[in-house]
Design a protein around this ligand. Structure first.
Ligand SMILES: O=P(O)(O)OC[C@H]1O[C@H](OP(=O)(O)OP(=O)(O)O)[C@H](O)[C@@H]1O
Ligand SMILES: NC(=O)CC[C@H](N)C(=O)O
Ligand code: SF4
Ligand SMILES: [Mg+2]
Length: 501
């Protein structure tokens, strides 16, 4: 995931950036960063949530009427704070860049940068590869008179060379604010504008929800291969330098994006209700007659309400979530995820006791959440528990910016539905069908093409075996380091045994 924003207007933009990132916090909790420019770049980044990283004293230093921000959910490299975005470079121009996504041909891109430009990325964050490819292409232009055509040319070469998913925003010092998407538009990016007494402010954001908070008017999606550049005179330039057929991530609709965001013209909440309604047929075919439908908060809510409506049984909130625990799925170690799930959800016994409960979640990834939930519902007295997933079984890793890259972790990649049901100790497991999902997001229904790779194994960028092999090795080494560190912390954080006197 990752949340990105960029602002350019007549006044300082740091506060807008912080508000914008806060609205996108659900997209990344590992680290956050902001870069602004007022003749010099001002950069502040660190590990943690937006509210922790950007205390008021740091905000004061972030001067400038142009800037970008990032909420990171690590998919490449480690969680170290120096790998947090934005990244900056000073040659051939001052550039500062953020991205959401994942580069999959990073070895080829790194090799070319080295051989052709003698550039060596300093870290393992894939953002550097996009940024240096773009910067290196700018070097080939007339550096005294960089034009909009030159900028879009450099975007085109970057889009041709860099494979994978990348929605990007870049401050080009002294020139303006640029946003471009990968050729297939896998990740979301929207463009908007707000009028102020001093002139217009332009903004880019991963999701439109951020515009609602900040009073921006939506202008357009920055879709497949598209680029938008706002120059120093606040003139907006559009170009589609290099496009491939659209393959927007369908999982953004199922889970990642916020319910109040509109993505490619579709309100996320409404699509989730539709997904819930589609599940009704499967529940009926299985002969299930639940007494109530409950959701796994928060992201299961809309699908649960859609299912309840379609099968004519009451919806209840049967599980209460501690909102301060964050998303378990994007915690980067298994031990950490289990800890979050444990502390996060509490059942309402009076509602579920003695009932046949259909519990709806957006998806089952590793099975950590579902297993725990079935258990707590049974402990609270539920007579039967049917676990219903509004996503189909996830059988293949995502390589486009979602951290479920290891097949070994995906429960549906290696187990039948019955085995999953046994593992999570439910009376029945029901999944959305891939056909129904494809029908809902079909080209005919005006959605354009979608990526369904984690449900089908067909990747829009073609054969990805080489990438998968490499990333699995890399993940394994980061994970084991992380899990060891977490285990060590939980031991040292344990209360000391009372001593006898
Ligand atoms: O099978 P698992 O590996 O447990 O992953 C699936 C769970 O992860 C997500 O929830 P999460 O707690 O991350 O966030 P949410 O509060 O936004 O639903 C998702 O909504 C599922 O509940
Ligand atoms: N989820 C993302 O978009 C991650 C962006 C980038 N690959 C990183 O790890 O920082
Ligand atoms: S593989 Fe799945 S999660 Fe990844 S981009 Fe495609 S649909 Fe989205
Ligand atoms: Mg969840």
């Amino acid at each position: 995931m990752c949340g990105i924003v960029g602002f350019y207007g007549p006044d300082d933009v740091a506060h807008d950036i912080v508000f914008g990132l806060t609205a996108l916090q659900h997209r990344g909790q590992d680290a956050a960063g902001i870069a602004t420019f007022d003749g010099n770049f001002h950069l502040h980044k660190g590990n943690g949530l937006i509210a922790d990283v950007f205390r008021p004293k740091f905000l004061k230093k972030l001067k400038g009427n142009i800037g970008i921000g990032h909420a990171r959910y690590t998919t490449q490299g480690s969680n170290d704070s120096e790998l947090a975005q934005p990244f900056t470079t000073s040659y051939p121009f001052g550039l500062s860049m953020v991205h959401n996504g994942n580069v999959i041909n990073f070895r080829d891109v790194a090799k070319r940068l080295h051989e052709k430009y003698h550039v060596l990325p300093k870290t393992s964050n894939d953002l550097e590869l996009i940024m240096y490819t773009f910067a290196s292409e700018l070097r080939t232009k007339d550096l005294d008179h960089l034009s909009v055509v030159d900028i879009f040319d450099a975007v085109e070469t970057t889009q041709e060379l860099v494979e994978g998913a990348y929605a990007t925003i870049t401050v080009i010092a002294g020139y303006g604010l640029l946003a471009f998407n990968d050729p297939r538009g896998i990740r979301p990016l929207v463009f908007g504008r707000r009028e102020t007494p001093n002139g217009p402010v332009y903004a880019f954001s991963s999701e439109s929800t951020c515009f609602d908070y900040l009073g921006f008017e939506f202008i357009k999606n920055v879709g497949p291969g598209q680029a938008v550049f706002i120059d120093q005179n606040f003139k907006v330039h559009y170009k589609n330098p290099y496009q491939q057929p659209k393959n927007f991530c369908v999982f953004e609709h199922i889970y990642f994006a916020r319910e109040d965001s509109v993505i490619h013209g579709r309100l996320v909440a409404r699509e989730r209700v539709r997904l819930g309604k589609l599940l009704a047929r499967r529940v009926k075919e299985a002969g299930l007659q639940p007494d109530m439908v409950i959701d796994v908060p928060s992201s299961g809510y809309f699908a649960a309400s859609g299912l309840a409506e379609a099968i004519g049984v009451p919806y209840r909130r049967g599980l209460v979530k501690n909102n301060h625990m964050g998303r378990s799925f994007i915690v980067s170690s298994q031990a950490g995820r289990e800890d979050v799930v444990k502390k996060k959800l509490n059942p309402i016994r009076a509602f579920v006791e003695g009932k046949k409960v259909a519990v709806v979640d957006d998806s089952i990834v590793r099975g950590t959440t579902s297993r725990r939930i079935v258990r707590i519902l049974r402990e609270a007295g539920a007579k039967e528990v049917y676990f219903i997933s509004s996503a189909p079984p996830i059988i293949s890793p995502c390589i486009y910016g979602i951290d479920m890259a290891m097949s070994t972790e995906l429960i549906a990649a290696n187990h039948t539905e019955q085995e999953i049901c046994d593992y999570i100790e439910a009376d029945r497991v029901i999944y959305q069908s891939v056909e129904d999902l494809k029908e809902l997001f079909s080209v005919e229904k005006g959605h354009g093409g979608s990526c369904f790779a984690c449900f089908t194994g067909n990747y829009p960028t073609g054969d990805v075996t080489r990438y998968l092999r490499h990333i699995q090795e890399e993940r394994q080494s980061h994970r084991s380091k992380k899990d060891k560190a977490l285990a060590a912390t939980s031991v040292s954080a344990k209360a000391p045994e009372p001593t006898e006197h």
